[in-house]
Write a new protein. Structure first.
Lengths: 299, 234, 354
């Protein structure tokens, strides 16, 4: 059973899932870093992204790349709108207020999709060139597998460059340390937060498109569980920390895939439970995560 | 240049400022002294837009700042260098400085100001790629002032620049404040070290529990027996 | 005489429950029972989410524990041999009275809350939200996979319909009475002190961690009772009966009613049971182009929650209780004012202007 090619297959699988978790976790961590908001509606951004891409792909017969871009743009805009209408009025309220609001938005998206699109899962038919399988080095994998990994890495590199090099990126990091003082630098904090939400939602949309591309199906609840798991990934890496979210995403991907692949079949049904037990253990042993700094008190 | 009229500020139900009025003229150094909790920091935070007054007005060169968001106040040239340094610990020294100049469009002057900051505080040039969190307290205060300079202030609101620093560093900081005035920056200075503040400032206001208790020329206040007894240790 | 005053509403509620049980048809009886169960859920969730300031999303998990425990313990032995043949013999042979099963289930839920609470409550409040949601997933996954005890996805059906209105309202009154006493005891004041300002509470010698843990454990205990009542009302349970939807709706009840008010939780529970029930009729009636509007009632719940957060964050009742409201209107016995209304406002003005 444990042939080298089986193991290699699982590694590819883990890199796939891990890439997607990493993208989602980055978005959570960016917003959490600035607003201390655990955004429960974040996973639902994946769902919206997947639906938009599906519509672009089928109804508008767009090429896959265009569908991905459209999905990212639309969902980024949605992220900005949600921040403006639902979160900004609550700035300065107890942090639980925004958390409750995000729960409500999550429910709104899920049930809105149920009402307009029905809860029926929709199959996603990818263009043939994406499902085509390649055999190399004794391995066989789909083109989609490679695309997921490559695209995720490309997005992460782009984000890292943005955050490290640009003024807006510096402002984002400054905000995650202290929003008040960032204002004193002449920075329009509302704009920075809007950009953070746009990036966060856009990455989630990309992750949603990749996720449905991999599993071939989308329904109104597609993103919710991966969204929660991405939070686990963010906590593992150290919440608020972007490299931490990437690391956490891949670690979680590997842990989850290997749990299913190498444990006896009667145990593998406990995969999702395993993920959250992992969360409890991390919270117990190292609550600041692998790369996280200790929580800085804000003035 | 700055005219503050009858400012009332509340924290929830706590009435923190109870009708503050003050003036700062171009080119002056004005000190705001008083004991802990008198409302000095609250005054500065209100001037820079971090707090909203419930009553009263703030005019800067005739413009009403009272309802302006904090970042726009900075862009008008009123720059607040907050108490406790508040540098961004996880940004490098250069990033801290760059951020403060981010809203400016006069790129040439930004480069010149950076040079000026490096010249005032050579240690910052040496440590430009270090995270600000790794700097010593004195160096962080230098960075905080450097950052304020990068925002090109015309009126600098300086909150407790000497707090918790070694005497040597305090000397440096006060020297720099003096030289900023030479460069045409007007300064409103909040200091607990009333003695040093009165030495440096042209005029001063004395605050107590949310009120302005006294005001006048620094020398006059420094000789006032009541002020002496309360703030200058007899 | 004055000590007997609280007995009057209790007698009235039980009398009405008894009357309703004999007079109303099954549909209305069921709705009334669901209201009682939701009141138990909301009031107990309020203990953490409203009073001690830790935001828990794990109520469905504790409900599931109570429901499955009671189901396994009360199912008649003969049925158990058929439905759950792989139970260990000592469990397969027992058949306990409902009340005993409920108590055992709540003990189990409290134990789980205790074990989970120790790592999780050491962190800031909102980590608890995700960790308890994780707990819900864990419990659901176990219910789905632990075939010998739960029958997996098929669930357990044919449970004895023990949950009469008298049982439901009896447990509801017990819940309200106990939680009312907790909140108005020194322990309750400790919880509120922790919520308002943890540092200040610690300085005054409040054992922060123990206080928060106890609130969490108590909440779990009563959620489990509600779960058992639910199981024996519907008489069938599956893992998906205890999904995030339940938790969300209970959170909505607490938030809309007013976190930190027992009266508010009761009102929220009644409102949030009846309203979706009414709206569900519209879902099929308002069908556009022949397609029913499934999800409409949940959308309304979500919108109400958003509206409350934006325009009345303290909820309908704020932190007031019924006796205070009555007293303010000049009715009934005045109670000692024990609220700490002002403290919550302190932070509001000093924050970043938006």
């Amino acid at each position: 059973m444990l042939t080298p090619s089986y193991v290699a297959q699982q590694v590819i699988n883990a890199l796939n899932i891990g890439s997607i978790y990493a993208l989602v976790a980055i978005g959570l961590t960016v917003v959490y870093g600035i607003l201390r908001l655990i955004n429960f509606a974040h996973g639902d951004m994946m769902t919206v992204g997947a639906y938009v891409a599906l519509a672009a792909l089928t109804a508008l017969a767009m090429p896959a790349v265009a569908a991905l871009l459209i999905a990212m743009l639309v969902v980024s805009a949605l992220g900005i709108v949600i921040e403006r209408l639902a979160y900004r009025p609550l700035r300065g309220a107890p942090e639980v207020a925004m958390l409750i609001t995000s729960l409500a938005i999550s429910s709104l998206i899920q049930n809105g999709a149920t009402m307009t699109l029905t809860a029926q899962p929709r199959p996603v038919r990818l263009p043939a060139e994406l499902t085509q399988r390649i055999s190399a080095l004794g391995l066989s994998f789909a083109v989609m597998d490679v695309i997921i990994i490559a695209l995720a890495i490309a997005l992460m590199v782009a984000l890292t460059l943005f955050v490290q090099r640009t003024t807006l990126g510096i402002a984002m990091r400054a905000c995650s340390e202290n929003v008040r003082v960032t204002q004193l630098m002449g920075i329009d904090v509302n704009r920075v937060i809007a950009v953070a939400f746009a990036i966060s939602a856009g990455l989630a949309a990309a992750a949603g498109v990749l996720w449905t591309g991999k599993f071939g199906i989308v329904d109104p609840f597609t993103g919710f569980l991966p969204g929660l798991k991405a939070f686990v990934a963010a906590v593992i890496g150290g919440i608020g920390n972007i490299p931490g979210a990437m690391l956490g995403g891949y670690l979680l991907g590997f842990a989850e895939v290997f749990f299913v692949a190498f444990m006896p079949p009667e145990v593998s049904g406990y995969r999702d439970a395993f993920v959250f037990v992992l969360l409890l253990i991390v919270l117990l042993v190292r609550p600041s995560g692998l790369l996280g700094a200790r929580e800085v008190n804000r003035a | 240049m700055l005219s503050v009229q009858n400012l009332h500020v509340y924290y929830g139900r706590i009435h923190a400022l109870k009708g503050i009025s003050l003036e700062v003229n171009a080119g002056e150094i004005v000190a705001l002294i008083g004991s802990n909790g008198a409302g000095k920091t609250t005054t500065l935070a209100t001037l820079s837009g971090l707090l909203r007054p419930r009553e009263g007005h703030i005019y800067f060169e005739g413009r009403d700042l009272t309802r302006l968001p904090a970042h726009q106040i900075v862009r008008l040239g009123v720059v607040h260098c907050p108490e406790g340094r508040q540098v961004f610990a996880r940004l490098t020294v250069t990033e801290n400085l760059r951020l403060a100049a981010a809203h400016r469009t006069d790129r040439k002057n930004v480069a010149r100001d950076l040079e000026y900051v490096h010249q005032l505080f050579p240690i910052l040039a040496e440590r430009r790629n270090q995270h600000a969190g790794t700097l010593s307290g004195g160096e962080q205060q230098m960075l905080a002032i450097g950052r304020a300079i990068m925002s090109r202030p015309r009126l600098l609101l300086l909150d407790e620049p000497s707090l918790g620093l070694a005497p040597m560093v305090v000397e440096t900081i006060f020297r720099v404040i003096g030289s900023l005035r030479q460069h045409g920056v007007t300064i409103l200075l909040v200091e607990q070290n009333a003695y040093r503040a009165l030495q440096l400032a042209d005029r001063a206001y004395v605050m107590e529990t949310g009120y302005i208790k006294a005001s006048g020329l620094s020398q006059v206040l420094a000789d006032d027996p009541a002020v002496k007894a309360a703030y200058l240790g007899g | 005489m004055k000590r007997l005053v609280p007995l009057i509403p209790i007698a009235v509620v039980m009398g009405l429950a008894g009357l309703a049980q004999s007079a109303l048809n099954d549909y209305y009886q069921r709705i009334l029972a669901v209201i009682a169960i939701n009141v138990i859920l909301a009031v107990s969730l309020n203990l953490t989410n409203g009073y001690s300031g830790d935001f828990s999303l794990g109520h469905a998990a504790f409900m599931a524990i109570g429901a499955y425990t009671s189901a396994i313990l009360t199912l008649p032995v003969r049925m158990k041999a058929v439905v759950l043949p792989d139970l260990p013999p000592w469990l397969g042979q027992v058949e306990l009275p409902f009340a005993v099963a409920v108590v055992i289930g709540s003990g189990l839920a409290a134990l789980v809350a205790f074990i989970v609470g120790i790592p999780v409550l050491r962190l800031r409040g909102h980590y608890l939200a995700v960790a308890t949601l994780g707990l819900m997933v864990i419990v659901q996954v176990i219910a789905l996979n632990w075939q010998p005890f739960t029958r997996g996805a098929r669930g357990i059906n044919g449970l004895p319909p023990f949950t009469t209105l008298l049982w439901a309202y009896g447990w509801m009154l017990v819940t309200i009475a106990v939680i009312w006493r907790i909140v108005h005891s020194s322990f309750g004041r400790a919880m509120m002190a922790v919520r308002e300002d943890e540092l200040a509470a610690a300085c005054r010698g409040v054992p922060i961690f123990r206080t928060r843990l106890l609130a969490f454990v108590c909440g779990a205990l009563f959620a489990s009772i509600a779960g058992a009542l639910w199981a024996h009302l519907i008489t069938a349970i599956t893992p998906s009966s205890f999904s995030f939807l339940i938790t969300f709706n209970v959170v909505a009840m607490v938030v809309i009613g007013g976190s930190g008010s027992i009266t508010g939780s009761v009102i929220g529970a009644v409102l949030m049971t009846l309203l979706p029930e009414l709206l569900r009729r519209f879902e099929t009636a308002l069908a556009i182009g022949g397609q029913p509007l499934y999800g409409l009632s949940q959308i309304v719940v979500a919108l109400m929650m958003l509206g409350v957060m934006l325009f009345r964050p303290q909820g309908l009742m704020g932190r007031r209780e019924l006796p205070e409201v009555l007293a303010a209107m000049g009715i009934g016995v005045p109670t000692r004012p024990s609220r700490v209304e002002a403290a919550g406002e302190k932070t509001a003005q000093a924050q970043t202007p938006g």
